[in-house]
Ligand binder design. Structure first.
Ligand code: SF4
Length: 303
């Protein structure tokens, strides 16, 4: 049964019809492993911190029914985000299962939780499908990165990246994107840093704007149906994450499917308890983060 939503799902406060996305395929399925993290960064778009339980840590038996259902729906990749996924005790077992069927992507801060479990991780080097890691390195300089994440985290993240790379895993980098930045210059700084640390300088860099913290309501322009038909065509609309992916979270003991990786703080985006049910639903661009998708093409996907 579909959720009954209020008028604000369909219309802006000015009465304009909101932009929307119709899902067309399930190419990528994300799992939120839980909002617990070893770090407590002010800017975290998930509001994660040590012991946080807004979204609960997932167990093997929580995720396997969704992996199986996603395979029936033709999924091409499984991806895992947190929090810090390596705080989920059964992550290695989950990855071992998921990578039997499809390539996997894991987002991590690269620090102690990953490094502590590195020996276990090595058993996944020869999985049938590759497992790829995206490590957060907010800035190409230690001062800026450590200012946000804590002293020593820049070096720890680089160490985690080097361990993964040397073990033969593919690695990419998640970075922050500042308003008005000179992206070419910023990315050359990253390339120089990576080369200096013996990492491939052409690692894929994924840039994220400031998404604000969960539950906040920053004032951004509304994405109306007019915006989505005037400035986007059908092909453009198909590139939004909610058109081809979904995210599964554990909240209050229940596994629920949300529209995408960016909107787990608004129950209007809870699409139900199965992927099939979720894929039938039109996604309204009501959330403030939908504007980031519209304006910057923000996407968590590398699929
Ligand atoms: S934030 Fe999520 S629901 Fe909104 S447009 Fe982006 S991908 Fe779609």
């Amino acid at each position: 049964m579909q959720r009954i939503r209020t008028q604000s799902w369909f219309q802006t406060a000015d009465g304009e019809p909101r932009g929307y996305i119709d899902p067309h395929a399930l190419r990528e399925l994300w799992f939120h492993t839980g909002t617990a993290c070893n770090l407590a960064c002010d800017f975290c778009l998930e509001g994660s911190s040590p012991g946080d339980k807004r979204l609960e840590l997932v167990r093997f038996e929580d995720v396997t029914p969704f992996i199986d259902e996603a395979l029936e729906l033709g999924v091409e990749q499984f991806s895992f985000t947190g929090g810090e996924p390596f705080l989920a005790k059964q992550l290695i077992k989950i990855l071992e299962y998921a990578s039997r069927f499809r390539p996997c992507l894991v987002l991590t801060n690269g620090t102690a939780p990953l490094q502590r479990r590195f020996e276990q991780l090595l058993s996944l080097r020869h999985s049938l499908h590759p497992i790829h890691f995206r490590v957060s390195l907010d800035a190409p300089d230690e001062v800026t990165h450590d200012d946000g994440r804590g002293e020593g985290t820049f070096e720890a993240a680089l160490k985690g990246m080097a361990m993964l790379h040397e073990a033969g895993f593919r690695v990419s980098v998640a970075r922050h994107m500042a308003d008005g930045e000179d992206s070419v210059a910023v990315e050359s700084d990253y390339r120089r840093l990576l080369a200096a640390r013996g990492l491939p300088e052409d690692l894929h860099l994924v840039a994220f704007p400031d998404f604000a913290t969960p539950g906040s309501h920053p004032q951004v322009p509304q994405v109306t149906r007019h915006c989505m038909t005037t400035y986007q065509d059908e092909e453009g609309r198909r590139q939004f994450m909610c058109a081809y992916s979904k995210m599964v979270v554990k909240r209050q003991g229940q596994m629920r499917v949300y529209a995408c990786t960016l909107v787990d703080d608004d129950e209007d985006y809870d699409l139900g308890g199965t992927l099939r049910q979720a894929m039938e639903q039109r996604i309204s661009m009501k959330h403030h983060r939908c504007y980031s998708c519209f304006a910057y093409g923000a996407s968590c996907s590398e699929a």
